[in-house]
Design a protein around this ligand. Structure first.
Ligand SMILES: Cc1cc2nc3c(=O)[nH]c(=O)nc-3n(C[C@H](O)[C@H](O)[C@H](O)COP(=O)(O)OP(=O)(O)OC[C@H]3O[C@@H](n4cnc5c(N)ncnc54)[C@H](O)[C@@H]3O)c2cc1C
Ligand code: SF4
Length: 280
């Protein structure tokens, strides 16, 4: 495998695609390559050329989760989502751009089962062990999106600037279909450069986990209040980060037998998040 070290984002994006894959902190990509779950002929090391740091409401995609959780200028929901993610070591390497693009933690997928998301015929989780899986959007694949940070950014109404376009973070994701089983809309040669994160009037991120630390969300709830109202987004409940129009929308969930408990957790967290962001 070749390692390319471009000297600019233009050079980096020109090198991407056709078997060349971006490498930022490597906390997700390197294990996937090692397990044979991702393939790359060339790695394009983008960490040195990606914008990094916080400037007003703009965040460079190469900013680490550790840098975001420590910055008082960052809205509370995003700081909390970062501080509750992974471990301190992973947060000091992992970037916000890489976090948004992490793959599912579904163990069938991670163990290389020939499941639907890997291009096979069947979702093994639906008939098998699925305690940590989805309650929404689980028709074809019942995986639960693991990014706390994506849920926080969607609730905050953040947008992304890539080498090709500007888009709301929510539009980075799509439910997989039979024709296209990808869960993101990012092109293979597209780099995320920056995020624009509006300042809310109030925001929070609440996360239910099996352990108090270093655990993926069973359910994560982000809420942000702005002059337009309160926006809610959830982690750990659907194959993609899930926007919730209101608390009542939880009545429309489609849990599996083993994930019904998540609906009750989500109700409780949504209630608490709405209370904590309501005007005092
Ligand atoms: C044990 C463990 C526990 C974790 N727990 C949590 C958790 O609780 N909550 C949570 O939210 N996350 C969790 N994570 C995920 C972690 O936060 C991510 O692995 C990390 O943020 C990824 O960033 P990175 O820079 O290392 O990405 P990399 O591994 O370098 O890249 C990840 C993917 O993104 C692509 N990529 C990276 N940057 C860009 C860019 N700028 N533009 C386009 N493509 C890009 C890469 O090509 C690759 O496909 C956990 C990870 C591990 C390993
Ligand atoms: S939930 Fe998705 S990733 Fe997991 S086995 Fe089913 S199809 Fe595969």
């Amino acid at each position: 495998m070749e390692l390319l070290r471009p000297s600019s984002t233009e050079e980096a994006s020109a090198a991407l695609g056709n078997g060349s894959v971006a490498l930022a902190g490597g906390t997700e990509l390197v294990p996937l390559l090692r397990e044979g779950l991702a393939r790359a002929d060339r790695l394009v090391q983008v960490s040195a050329v990606l914008p990094r740091g916080v400037d007003g409401t703009t965040i460079g995609a190469g900013t680490t989760l550790a840098e975001l959780e420590a910055d008082p200028e960052i809205p509370q929901a995003l700081r909390e989502a970062c501080s509750l993610a992974a471990s301190p070591q992973l947060r000091s390497m992992g970037t916000v751009g890489g976090n948004l693009l992490q793959a599912t933690r579904c163990w069938y997928w991670r163990l290389g089962f020939d499941c639907w998301l890997h291009g096979g015929e069947k979702c093994f989780a639906k008939d098998g062990a699925h305690r940590e899986h989805a309650i929404f959007g689980n028709d074809l694949c019942a995986s639960a999106h693991p990014s706390d940070i994506a849920a926080a950014l969607i609730a905050l109404g953040a947008t992304l600037r890539t080498t090709k376009r500007q888009l709301p973070v929510s539009e980075l994701y799509r439910l997989p279909t039979a024709d296209d089983r990808d869960v993101t809309t990012l092109a293979p040669d597209e780099l995320i450069l920056e995020l624009e994160v509006p300042k809310p009037e109030a925001s929070t991120y609440l996360k239910a986990m099996d352990r108090r630390k270093w655990s993926f969300a069973l359910v994560g709830v982000a809420a942000a209040r702005s002059s337009a109202g309160v926006r809610l987004a959830l982690a750990g409940v659907a194959p993609i980060p899930w926007t919730l129009d209101s608390a009542a929308a939880l009545d429309d969930s489609t849990p599996l037998p083993g994930t019904a408990y998540k609906v009750e957790i989500a109700r409780a967290l949504v209630r608490r998040a709405l209370e904590s962001t309501s005007p005092k």
